[in-house]
Ligand binder design. Structure first.
Ligand code: GLU
Length: 492
């Protein structure tokens, strides 16, 4: 079997969004599964809409996701000669022609066709111009585009889509489409095919929104005498109201960089993305890289649209709950050393990293992560909800402050007193710290929960968390005492 060659050809007109990343992922998975190659091609032909920032954003997003490529990035604009010469070849072979119709003329014809309820599309006025007519128009300085000459055939044209099965279109529905603009700029439809032929692409995996292009492109492959690649069209991703997700209507929430900034684990995000439009055929949802490469197949890509289940204004689930659930799963179960590397980057970003966490306090660092990760959703939680473990300037959240501190005026003396006990006790152990806390409750004549919840609030700023006496161990005696003694300040 010849080598499979996949490509990811983004147009750099915006950030890398969920849809684009999913396309890249599927192509990457298939390339890795088949031992083939993934080619990255930046389709920057639309110079006005392409930007350097967008290119960088796309490369950065792919790198973050760990989607690596084997060739490229190629830039489509570097191959304009190929596009032009293919257009010239089609022209020379009579498979394309120059069209001098002006925009006004075309608009008028379109309106007339609309009024008469006729099929819209180019009427072929310039299709059979003689050489002399063309020369005369050119001598007059009239501008022309190049149109592809759709063969006059009856019946249908089609291909066997790996996801959707046989896809056919009636020749009657195809009109002669433009392949080169009047400013000599070849259009996407042509460039894309010329590049895929040159890059020897064997499989084109892309969104269903490209299916109308595919039909026209079949004709281009034929005219350029190149073999057809295998096509696989993926379902679109819609929001809960069945609207196509887009930057314009959904904003940053659909951008890959949003998830990077929010502290998602790259592989967890791939794991979420792959399920947006593919399923393994059983109830597995969590896959290692190797398992996913093994399980992935084009045949199991869904035919119908997938839903990005984002509910606007939902603070807890600021994105699709499934994305969060998968991230939590990885965060809570992954190898602790691997997690430690990821949390390190977040701590560095927030200026909370201490070099000792890599040296003498390494065990402490790992133990702390192990203790606190069980309730966290994203890596950023380590520096927000978990800030008290790494710094003294953590915030005491309003809810626990009201519920666990302000409601009990007595805590302003009980907790500092407990702090003083902790300071002088012989062994600051789990059992002893608990015993003293319970004793403190007894003396104050309140339930142990009042002391323990108050202590949690003062020491961590949080309403909930792991066992309080385990927490005391990782925070350490000195800091615990200091924090307990500061309790009265919370009442001012
Ligand atoms: N540049 C096109 C896009 O970003 C590529 C489509 C294709 O895969 O052929 O939509």
């Amino acid at each position: 079997m010849t080598e499979t060659r996949l490509r990811f050809p983004p147009s750099p007109t915006g950030y890398l969004h969920i849809g684009g990343a999913r396309t890249a992922l599927y192509n990457w998975l298939y390339a890795r599964k088949t031992g083939g190659k993934l080619i990255l091609r930046i389709e920057d032909t639309d110079v006005d809409r392409s930007s350097r920032d967008s290119i960088e954003g796309i490369l950065d997003g792919l790198q973050w996701l760990g989607i690596d490529w084997d060739e490229g990035p190629y830039f489509q604009t570097d191959f304009s000669n190929d596009h032009r010469s293919s257009a010239q070849e089609l022209l020379a072979n009579g498979k394309a022609y120059k069209c001098f119709c002006t925009k006004d003329e075309l608009d008028r014809k379109r309106e007339a066709a609309l009024a008469a309820k006729q099929v819209l599309g180019y009427d072929g006025s310039c299709r059979d111009l003689s050489g002399a007519e063309i020369a005369r128009k050119e001598a007059q300085g009239l501008a022309s585009v190049i149109r592809f000459k759709v063969p006059q055939r009856t019946g249908t044209i089609g291909y066997d889509d790996k996801v959707l099965g046989m896809i056919e279109s009636d020749y009657k529905e195809l009109d002669d489409f433009v392949i080169v603009r009047s400013n000599a700029q070849p259009l996407y439809l042509l460039c894309n095919v010329v590049d895929d032929i040159r890059d020897k692409i064997s499989h084109v995996i892309r969104g269903q929104d490209h299916m109308t292009n595919t039909i026209k492109q079949l004709l281009l492959y034929e005219a350029l005498e190149a073999p057809l690649p295998v096509f696989a069209h993926m379902p679109l991703t819609l929001d809960t109201k069945k609207a196509k997700i887009s930057k314009r209507s959904h904003g940053e929430i659909v951008a890959v960089h949003f998830y990077k900034e929010r502290g998602f684990i790259p592989w967890a995000f791939n794991n979420f993305l792959v399920l947006l439009g593919w399923s393994p055929g059983d109830d597995r949802e969590i896959f290692t890289r190797e398992e996913l490469i093994e399980a992935f197949s084009l045949e199991r890509i869904n035919r119908s649209s997938s839903i990005f289940n984002y509910r606007k204004g939902d603070e807890k689930f600021f994105t699709d709950p499934k994305a969060i659930a998968i991230n939590e799963h990885y965060l809570r179960t992954m190898d602790i050393s691997a997690l430690a590397e990821m949390v390190k980057l977040v701590l560095i970003k927030e200026n909370l990293w201490d070099v000792s966490y890599d040296k003498e306090k390494k065990q402490w660092y790992l133990d702390t992560l192990e203790l606190i990760r069980g309730r966290f959703h994203t890596l950023n939680d380590f520096t927000s909800m978990g800030r008290a473990y790494f710094a003294d300037d953590y915030i005491i959240e309003q809810k626990p402050l009201n519920k666990n501190i302000l409601k009990y005026a007595g805590l302003s003396t009980w907790l500092p007193k407990l702090g003083a006990e902790y300071e002088k006790m012989a062994s600051f152990s789990i059992d002893e710290t608990e015993r003293l806390a319970r004793e403190c409750a007894q003396q104050a004549d309140v339930k142990p929960g009042v002391i323990i919840n108050g202590m949690r609030t003062v020491v961590t700023g949080q309403l909930a968390g792991p066992s309080m006496f385990d927490i005391l161990q990782v925070i350490g005696r000195e800091k615990v005492v200091e924090r307990l003694k500061k309790t009265p300040q919370l009442y001012s």
